[in-house]
Design a protein around this ligand. Structure first.
Ligand SMILES: Nc1ncnc2c1ncn2[C@@H]1O[C@H](COP(=O)(O)OP(=O)(O)O)[C@@H](O)[C@H]1O
Ligand SMILES: [Mg+2]
Length: 419
């Protein structure tokens, strides 16, 4: 149904469709999340998916979707269209939960929950996992270690920051997946010139110290404000280097018994609390500083990690984050409790690169540990799984070199930053 046909429908009250099962409305501006839809359906929920026309023919699992709507708008954040569309649906349905499958839908879902007065993250909480400045201010207030930063708002404060905090710095947009928009700066003059170019857009940026180090991500399941499951992983080369250098994106999980995993678990819980993440999944990134060995909070998202990270984690732990998210949304709608699964401990590594070839042939990449291959035009991607971290690292190192030689083009490898 389009927004037009929604508004053209009769205004007289219609027979309400009020199923006695939880109704979950999912928003997605990107094709993803079939595993969520399948699990919600399997648990007996009434599943509604709202997406955009452009994605209507993508391979959504229609068997898991009770009602499928696509809107003739560029993105689901378009107002008032999305509010009209969802409110129209709510005339004849009791919607229990709204779930944003994609990062771009998180704020929209927050606004809709506020409009419909529904449980779940409202607009301000949604902002804490979307706006890089909001998450820094909240993390800092809670005493979480973060790189020194300043909002590029008040010029005296920006000048003071640059006088106090040694370069290099990074200037980054607050609100979008920004690896490509991030600039590394070495002199105050560069910053002022850039702010001048940005004009009225400058308040949508922040400046922070560049912390050399390894970048990690912690993917977790959160229930009642507590982390019930988490897996820590380390990116091959930091995502910014992949973007700016056009290299191979890689990540692999670290042993749950390792010291780094322990440090990350503590840091991750602190961020979950600071950002008031009550229920759902989190994908939170940290920099392990080469200088002092501490974990610095980099950014947080209230959704499943992109770029097939979900599959890497499933191979490593047996836990599928989409499924757990669906389980906890259904449990919440039913006022039931949720218990997280006990993770297995394997090791998995993921590698993704843009390919010159339309359908790159990876059949020569045939170690027994290869458990998954990406099927996507002009992309190459695979997951390896082994019983030791060392073996995963060995395989990833070998394949990274081969992929760079055989396939990689100089473009960045992912449509969505792996943030
Ligand atoms: N303060 C920083 N110090 C060092 N590297 C950084 C810093 N901020 C960002 N980066 C690099 O840029 C990448 C992208 O930054 P991030 O804030 O995660 O934005 P996004 O993932 O939304 O593009 C990081 O993974 C890291 O490689
Ligand atoms: Mg990121």
């Amino acid at each position: 149904m389009s927004a037009l046909s929604m508004s053209a429908s009769p205004t007289r009250p219609q027979n309400a469709v009020i199923p006695d099962v939880p109704t979950i409305l999912c928003l997605s501006s990107y094709f993803k999340g079939n595993a969520f839809l399948q699990e919600a359906k399997r648990l007996g929920a009434h599943v509604i998916l709202v997406t955009i026309d452009e994605l209507k023919d993508d391979p959504w699992d229609h068997a898991a979707i009770d009602e499928f709507f696509h809107l003739p708008i560029a993105g689901l954040s378009k107002q008032p269209d999305i509010t009209y569309a969802v409110s129209y649906l709510a005339r004849s349905r009791v919607i229990d939960r709204i779930v944003a499958l994609d990062d771009f839908d998180v704020e929209t879902a927050g606004d809709l929950r506020e409009h419909l007065r529904m449980a779940g993250m409202g607009a301000s909480e949604a902002r804490l996992v979307r706006d890089k400045l909001a998450m820094r201010v909240a993390a800092q207030a809670a005493g979480v270690m973060i790189p020194p930063f300043v909002h590029t708002l008040n010029h005296a404060q920006v000048a003071d920051f640059m006088a106090r905090v040694p370069p290099p710095w990074v200037l980054k947009p607050r609100g979008e997946a920004s690896a490509m928009g991030i600039r590394k700066l070495h002199h105050a003059d560069e910053l002022w010139a850039r702010l001048n170019e940005l004009g009225d857009r400058q308040s949508f940026y922040l400046l922070e110290q560049f912390i050399p180090g390894d970048v990690y991500h912690v993917d977790s399941v959160i229930w009642d404000g507590e982390v019930l499951f988490s897996a820590a992983s380390k990116y091959g080369v930091p995502p910014m280097a992949v973007y700016h250098g056009g290299g191979v994106f890689a990540t692999s999980n670290v042993a749950s018994t390792s010291q780094e995993a322990a440090g990350l678990a503590v840091a991750n819980s602190a961020v979950v609390h600071a950002l008031q993440m009550r229920r759902g999944v989190g994908h939170i990134e940290f920099i392990h500083s080469h200088a002092d060995g501490k974990f610095y909070f980099l950014e947080a998202a209230g959704r499943v990690g992109g770029a097939s990270i979900d599959l890497m984690i499933e191979h490593a732990t047996g836990v599928n984050l989409w499924r757990e998210w669906a389980r906890l949304e259904v449990a919440q709608a039913r006022h039931e409790s949720y218990t997280a699964p006990v993770p297995e401990q394997h090791f998995a590594g993921l590698l993704v690169s843009l390919a010159r070839q339309e359908w790159p042939d990876t059949s020569a990449y045939n170690d027994a540990e290869v458990v998954w291959r990406l099927h996507k035009k002009h992309h190459v991607g695979l997951i390896v799984r082994a019983e030791t971290s060392a073996r995963v690292q060995e395989l990833l190192a070998g394949y990274t070199d081969r992929v760079a030689r055989d396939f990689t083009s100089s473009e960045p490898p992912l449509e969505h930053a792996p943030h």
